[in-house]
Design a protein around this ligand. Structure first.
Ligand SMILES: Cc1cc2nc3c(=O)[nH]c(=O)nc-3n(C[C@H](O)[C@H](O)[C@H](O)COP(=O)(O)O)c2cc1C
Length: 195
């Protein structure tokens, strides 16, 4: 009887998501990645906390160099703080909230002399979060165009915190559409070489 209970429990565990075999993972991922595009017109509807939490969790599980997890993410969403960010970048596109992606130089992994993996780690974290947002029907845009020095001053960032990218997020406005660049791909023959 004990054996039966144990086996049933183990089978249920497997069915309910202990799926570590990459071959059987979600087949729709490529479609999600293809459909995601940089949203450049948001409506004013705020994203609820449950969705923000899922998006943050997707970033928490992202790979980073030696798992250093140097990311520091500011969730900017008060109207006053969003108004400030709008003075530092023209690329919030009306989003009512924006993530500010930074890395912490006290936690980051070194990359040879005088270099580190901070911007790479942060960009991978951002990508995880961007794709989870897309999975939830929430639009995003990675933004490198902002006044770094002014942002440091406005958010009163400590000296060890380095801003890398912004990511406005929210629901795409009715007029939002992918830019022409979205589906302009270099051929794989150009970007990939087998050796
Ligand atoms: C590192 C990085 C920086 C970017 N900076 C900006 C930006 O400052 N403003 C903007 O509107 N889009 C920015 N983008 C979005 C790209 O322009 C966009 O991803 C690219 O044209 C492909 O279009 P898609 O995202 O719609 O597929 C950035 C993307 C990346 C990865």
């Amino acid at each position: 009887m004990k054996q039966f209970i144990f086996l049933t429990f183990a089978a249920l565990l497997c069915i309910s998501g202990c799926n570590s075999n990459p071959k059987t993972m979600n087949k729709d991922f490529l479609q999600l990645a293809t459909d995601r595009y940089s949203v450049r017109s948001f409506d004013a509807t705020p994203v609820d906390q449950a969705a923000i939490d899922k998006i943050l969790r997707a970033g928490q599980v992202a790979p980073t160099a030696i798992n250093s997890q140097p990311q520091k993410i500011y969730v900017v969403r008060t109207p006053e703080a969003i108004a400030k960010l709008n003075t530092l970048s023209p690329c919030l596109y009306g989003a009512p909230q924006c993530f500010v992606f930074c890395y912490d130089d006290t936690k980051v992994a070194a990359r040879g002399e005088g270099d580190n993996y901070g911007d790479i780690d942060v960009t991978i974290v951002l990508t995880h979060m961007m794709l989870e947002a897309a999975n939830l029907g929430i639009g995003t845009c990675a933004v490198g165009y902002f006044d770094r020095e002014k942002l440091i001053a406005e958010l009163e960032l400590p000296v060890n915190i380095h801003p890398i990218l912004l990511m406005p997020l929210g629901y795409a406005a009715a007029d939002a559409k992918p830019s022409d660049r979205h589906s302009s791909y270099r051929p794989l023959e150009e970007t990939v070489e087998y050796r």
